[in-house]
Design a protein around this ligand. Structure first.
Ligand SMILES: Cc1ncc(COP(=O)(O)O)c(C=O)c1O
Length: 466
C-alpha cells in the first residue's frame, strides 16, 4: 500500500481535539464516550485515521473536494514556493498566481471573463447576490432585487446563502432569513408526483418542471426578479440530475424575463461531473455568474471564486465619477496566493492525467455497478448522477417510494466505514428525505477502486436490510 507508516501514538492529539475542537456538522455528545475520527494522512484515494486504520475515501474529503487525490507533491511544492515568495496581499492589488489562474480558468469557460476571489463557496454565492442587488439599484431603479432559488438546492452556510437554501431541515432554527429570496420547485423526476407532474416523463417532464419556475416568476412579477440561482446537479439535496429539456427551457425563461442566471458549481466545478470542466457545460448553459470552491484546488489551499461575464463587469465601471458605482466589496483571504498557486497545479494535473475523461469513464462504471445492485437490493429505489458524482436513493418500497429510516442510512454508512470505505449520505438536509447515499471518489479512481467501493455498499446493504 502507498503512503508512509503512521505514528500511532496520537493520544495527545485526540485528547486536544476532544477538549477543544468544535467539529462541523456533528452532534458532540457521542464524543464524551467515544473518539472523534481524526484523519492523519492521505495518499491517492486512501486516508488513514488516528488508529492507523486505512480507508478508501469515496467522498473526496467527505464533501466533494479532493478531486485529484491526496499527497500531490507538485501542488504542495507550488504552494510552498509561492508562500515563501509572497503569501498575501489584499486583492485590491493583483498577485502573480491570481492573474495566471484567472487566465487559465477563463480559457476553460467560454463566454465568461472576470474572476472575483473569495473566502469560501458560501461567500462566492453572496458576492453574486450582492452584485444582483447592486445591479437592481443601478439599472432597474431598485426593482429586480429578488433572487430565485430552488427547493433542495444548497448555496452555503452564511445567512444570506441560507436565505437561498432549499433544504428546510438545514435551515431550521437559524431564521429569520434575508428578504427577497423566493423558492422555485425542484426538478427531480423520481419524485415528480410531489410536483403534480406524475403523468409526464422525459423531455416533457423536464420542460414542465422548468415551466414551474416561470409560474413563480409570473406570480412574483418579472420586474421584481433579478436572478435565478441553481446548482447544475443538486448535491446535498439528494444528487439530482436535471431532466432532459429542463435547462434549455430555463435559459429561455431567463432570457424572456431579463433574469440573470447564477450557476453554483461549488460541487460540480472543476471536473467532478466528468468530460467537462463544469456541470453547466453539459447542458449548453450560458450563465451570467458561476461560483466555485471545493475542487478548484482539491483542498490543498483554500480558494473560492465568483466568475462573471464582461457584460456584468462593465456595469460596475460605467460611471467612475459616482463613488458608489463600482463593486464595493472585499474578502480578506481572497488575497491569499496559496489558493490560486494550488489551483494552477490542480488544473494542470487534471489536464495532463486526462482526469476529465477518467472521471467520465469511472463514473459510468460506478453508475453501472450501482444500477446492477438494484437487482439484488430492492431498497435501492433510484440511482442518479453524472461523472464521479453519484447518489443512491433508499426506499422501503419501490412503489410507494417511502424513504427508509435515517438510522438505517447511517447504518449503511457506518458499515462501509467499518469495512474501510468512507461513503456519504444526505443528512440534516430535506425533512424526511435524508435517504440518499452519496459517492464522489477522486477523479483518479481506478476500476479496482470503484469495484471495491460498490462491493462494500453491496455487503453493507445486505447486512442492514437483508
Ligand atoms: C452547492 C454548494 N454551494 C455552496 C456551498 C458552500 O461552500 P462553502 O462550504 O465553501 O462555503 C456548498 C458546500 O457544501 C455546496 O455544496
Amino acid at each position: 500500500m502507498d503512503g508512509k507508516p503512521l505514528d500511532n501514538d496520537l493520544s495527545g492529539v485526540v485528547a486536544a481535539d476532544k477538549a477543544h475542537v468544535w467539529h462541523h456538522l456533528v452532534q458532540h455528545k457521542p464524543f464524551e464516550e467515544g473518539e472523534p475520527r481524526i484523519i492523519v494522512e492521505g495518499k491517492g484515494m486512501r486516508v488513514w485515521d488516528q488508529n492507523g486504520k486505512e480507508y478508501i475515501d469515496a467522498v473526496s474529503g467527505a464533501v466533494w473536494t479532493v478531486n485529484v487525490g491526496y499527497g500531490r507533491d507538485r501542488i504542495a511544492d507550488a504552494v510552498h514556493a509561492q508562500l515563501k515568495k509572497m503569501c498575501y496581499f489584499a486583492q485590491a492589488a493583483g498577485s502573480v498566481p491570481g492573474a495566471l489562474f484567472a487566465e487559465k480558468l477563463i480559457e476553460k469557460m467560454p463566454g465568461m471573463s472576470r474572476v472575483y476571489y473569495t473566502n469560501s463557496g458560501s461567500e462566492a454565492n453572496e458576492k453574486a447576490f450582492k452584485m444582483v442587488r447592486q445591479i437592481a439599484h443601478k439599472k432597474y431603479g431598485g426593482k429586480k432585487t429578488k433572487i430565485l432559488y430552488r427547493d433542495r438546492d444548497y448555496h452555503g452556510s452564511t445567512l444570506a446563502a441560507m436565505s437561498a437554501g432549499g433544504q428546510d431541515e438545514r435551515n431550521m432554527q437559524y431564521g429569520p432569513f434575508a428578504p427577497d429570496f423566493v423558492r422555485v420547485p425542484h426538478c427531480m423526476e423520481y419524485r415528480k408526483d410531489e410536483l403534480g407532474l406524475g403523468h409526464l416523463s422525459g423531455r416533457e417532464f423536464g420542460i414542465a418542471a422548468a415551466n414551474q419556475i416561470e409560474e413563480v416568476i409570473l406570480k412574483e412579477g418579472p420586474d421584481t426578479i433579478g436572478a435565478l440561482c441553481l446548482e447544475p446537479v443538486t448535491a446535498g439535496g439528494g444528487v439530482i440530475t436535471p431532466p432532459e429539456g429542463y435547462w434549455e427551457r430555463v435559459q429561455e425563461i431567463c432570457k424572456q424575463y431579463d433574469i440573470l442566471l447564477h450557476i453554483d458549481e461549488v460541487v460540480c466545478g472543476v471536473g467532478r461531473t466528468g468530460g467537462e470542466w463544469f456541470g453547466y457545460q453539459h447542458y449548453g448553459i450560458k450563465p451570467d455568474f458561476v461560483t466555485m470552491a471545493k475542487g478548484v484546488a482539491s483542498g490543498y489551499a483554500a480558494i473560492a471564486c465568483m466568475v462573471t461575464t464582461e457584460e456584468v463587469f462593465e456595469m460596475f465601471k460605467s460611471n467612475p465619477s459616482d463613488k458608489l458605482d463600482h463593486f464595493r466589496d472585499i474578502s480578506t483571504f481572497g488575497g491569499c496566493t496559496g489558493g490560486p498557486a494550488a489551483a494552477l497545479e490542480n488544473m494542470a494535473i487534471i489536464e495532463e492525467e486526462g482526469l476529465l475523461e477518467n472521471c467520465a469513464a469511472m463514473g459510468a462504471r460506478m453508475m453501472g455497478n450501482l444500477t446492477a445492485l438494484m437487482e439484488k437490493h430492492a431498497v435501492i429505489g433510484d440511482v442518479r448522477g453524472k461523472g464521479l458524482f453519484l447518489g443512491c436513493e433508499l426506499v422501503k418500497d419501490r412503489d410507494s417510494k417511502e424513504p427508509v429510516d435515517e438510522k438505517d442510512v447511517m447504518a449503511v454508512v457506518g458499515d462501509c466505514g467499518a469495512q474501510g470505505v468512507i461513503i456519504g449520505s444526505s443528512n440534516r438536509s430535506v425533512p424526511g428525505r435524508n435517504n440518499v447515499l452519496c459517492f464522489s471518489p477522486a477523479l483518479i479512481a481506478t476500476e479496482k477502486d470503484i469495484d471495491a467501493i460498490t462491493d462494500a455498499v453491496d455487503k453493507a446493504l445486505t447486512r442492514v436490510f437483508g
